[in-house]
Design a protein around this ligand. Structure first.
Ligand code: BEZ
Ligand code: MG
Length: 571
């Protein structure tokens, strides 16, 4: 191949990569404003939501994913890997147009549009549009204000399931009393089945990057997420360990059994689970199940290179002359009655000196073991700092599952407080930074992303996206506070994991502070948050996370001073 041919191949590959990145940002569903209590969804928001809902098979409604129906009816290549970008764009556009028809002209029009343009027979599109009709009706009104008033009067509020609308449209109408979940039903059969590919993709990604499977991983498990997904995080942990849940005569998940090494086709991975206080409280039987799974795997008589839990437990027993019980403590949470890591508060208040103190604080708050020892004695929040230090020292990768488009890495301070801080704790104890991953169980195909990729995607799709920040600014004072929160949460990923590129701070500064017109809007709507945002950028520079242009810095300092004057004038 000549050099110019090579260059053109290389160029095409780069253009394609770039296209894929842009498509990913474009297709990402983002909230374009805050929910106003009691107000029904607006139409653009509704179109996005309906489009997400039709992107999955809906077995509960006997409905197939709309894109699949179109692909089949048009006889387009079903092999996604070989499908050209143009074909994907055509499918996407047909889906969008049919949703548009549905919203503007109704169900019959949308169905005949698809029949005309994509040969989709009416009887095939009927179930999915019936579902959309129901969802759409329920989005028109909600009982939020009414229910609040009735709740304040101490009246009965009808219960409804707690979930993400896209994952489970039966959460509608909103304004009901969200009920949680029967912990014994977790993980559901569907959740366990869909989680296999997530766990395997995660391991494959690590193997591609580092050349071998991770011997040990640290997982973050939250309560609300496992309610919404009926246990995806739990199921992923079980797959990594190589065990499957068993149901008793009452259909309760109370035991696990090993999946054979032949069936698993890879080693059993050691997992350290840090669970939130909410998870510990809501999922007490599940906490027991996870602990039981680790102890079961540690006792299997298997080669160490195929069972890393056993390998690590045996090594620890030999080196520390400890008991098996001590060597397989892996489920950690707060002390009973305690919640959270406080790492978020330290970062938000700039009350910290060295980064490692953030990881240490995480361990201080989370080093309480839960489960049951081999004598059947309950372990209910026993302080186990040494065991946690030891377990984290072996970790090569950290991970958390994300299951909703509504809340991502930079929307709240909880992701960095957990996943960021556990990664920082590992970095000190293992003396090397772990690979940090997130999965996106939102997309139809499983996506494993590194932390850096996810921060970049969130910054492009939300913080720096005019569609997102203009949506926020419509809410005035609160909207500016949301923008500032995003910048501070992004900063949290610098503090805990050094995962934020300089360009992100540069673009934030350009978009919100160095643009005179935008700065005027922000300081007019909410000078407090505008000031905090500028201060956070200066802190990012001061702590070495942002190599800023000196003239930009000078300008930021001036603006910070002038905002202080403005606030003093207000006070
Ligand atoms: C949880 O659902 O477990 C959770 C919620 C908010 C912050 C952290 C954890
Ligand atoms: Mg840097």
């Amino acid at each position: 191949m000549s050099e110019s041919q090579l260059n053109s191949v290389e160029r095409d590959k780069r253009v394609l990569d770039l296209y894929e990145q842009l498509a990913e940002i474009e297709q990402r569903l983002i909230p374009t404003g805050l929910h106003v209590f009691g107000r029904p969804s607006q139409s653009a928001e509704k179109a996005d939501l309906l489009r997400m809902i039709v992107s999955f098979d809906r077995t509960e409604s006997n409905a197939r994913a709309l894109a699949d129906l179109i692909v089949e009816s048009l006889n387009l290549d079903q092999n996604e890997g070989n499908r050209s970008i143009l074909v994907d764009e055509r499918i996407d556009s047909l889906v969008k147009q049919s949703i548009g028809e549905f919203i503007n002209s109704g169900l019959a029009e949308a169905q005949s549009f698809l029949q005309r343009e994509a040969n989709v027979p009416l009887h095939q599109s009927q179930p999915i549009f019936n579902l959309l009709q129901d969802v759409s009706e329920q989005l028109k009104t909600n009982a939020e204000l009414d229910s609040l008033i009735r709740a304040l009067r101490g009246e009965f509020i009808e219960p409804g399931p707690g979930a993400d609308i896209v994952q489970n449209p039966s959460v509608l109408p909103t304004g009901r009393n969200t009920h949680a979940i029967n912990p014994y039903s977790v993980p559901s059969v569907a959740s366990f089945s869909r989680s296999r590919v997530v766990a395997e993709s995660l391991l494959e990604r690590f193997k591609q990057e580092r050349g071998a499977y991770p011997e040990s991983m640290a997982l973050v498990l939250w309560g609300l997420d496992n309610i919404k997904t009926q246990g995806d995080g739990v199921a992923q942990a079980l797959w990594l360990l190589g065990v499957r849940p068993l149901r008793d005569a009452l259909n309760r998940v109370t035991q696990v059994e090993p999946i054979s090494l032949e069936e698993l086709g890879r080693p059993r991975i050691d997992v350290v689970m840090t669970v939130s206080g909410i998870f510990r409280d809501l999922f007490s039987p599940t906490v027991q199940l996870l602990d039981r799974a680790v102890r079961l795997v540690a006792r299997l008589d298997e080669p160490h290179d195929l069972n890393y839990v056993r390998k690590h437990a045996v090594e620890q027993i030999e080196s520390e002359r400890c008991e098996m019980d001590d060597a397989c403590t892996r489920v950690f949470s707060n002390a009973p009655g305690n919640y959270g890591t406080n790492v978020n508060f330290m970062v938000m208040d700039s009350q910290w000196d060295r980064e490692e103190s953030l990881g240490d604080l995480f361990v201080t708050r989370k080093c309480f073991a839960y489960g049951r020892d081999s004598r059947g004695q309950a372990i209910e929040g026993r302080e186990a700092r040494k065991a946690m230090d030891r377990a984290l020292a072996r970790v090569e990768a950290t991970y958390q599952n994300i299951d909703t488009f509504e809340i991502g890495l930079t929307d709240v301070d909880h992701y960095f407080e957990y996943l960021g801080a556990v990664s920082k704790a590992v970095e000190k104890r293992a003396q090397t930074r772990p690979a940090i991953y997130l999965s996106d169980s939102l997309s139809r195909e499983v996506k494993i992303r590194s932390l850096e990729e996810t921060v970049t995607l969130e910054s492009r799709a939300k913080t720096l996206n005019p569609k997102w920040y203009e949506g926020m600014l419509k809410h005035g004072f609160r909207g500016v506070a949301e923008i500032e929160n995003h910048v501070s949460n992004t900063f949290g990923w610098s503090a805990t994991a050094d995962a934020v590129g300089d360009w992100i701070y540069t673009e934030v500064a350009k978009t919100f502070v160095l643009d005179d017109a935008m700065l005027e809007r922000l300081r007019g709507l909410n000078p407090h948050s505008a000031h905090s945002l500028v201060r956070r950028l200066l802190e990012a520079n001061g702590r070495g996370y942002w190599d800023a242009d000196p003239s930009a810095l000078e300008k930021l300092r001036d603006i910070s001073r002038s905002l202080e004057d403005q606030l003093e004038g207000v006070a």
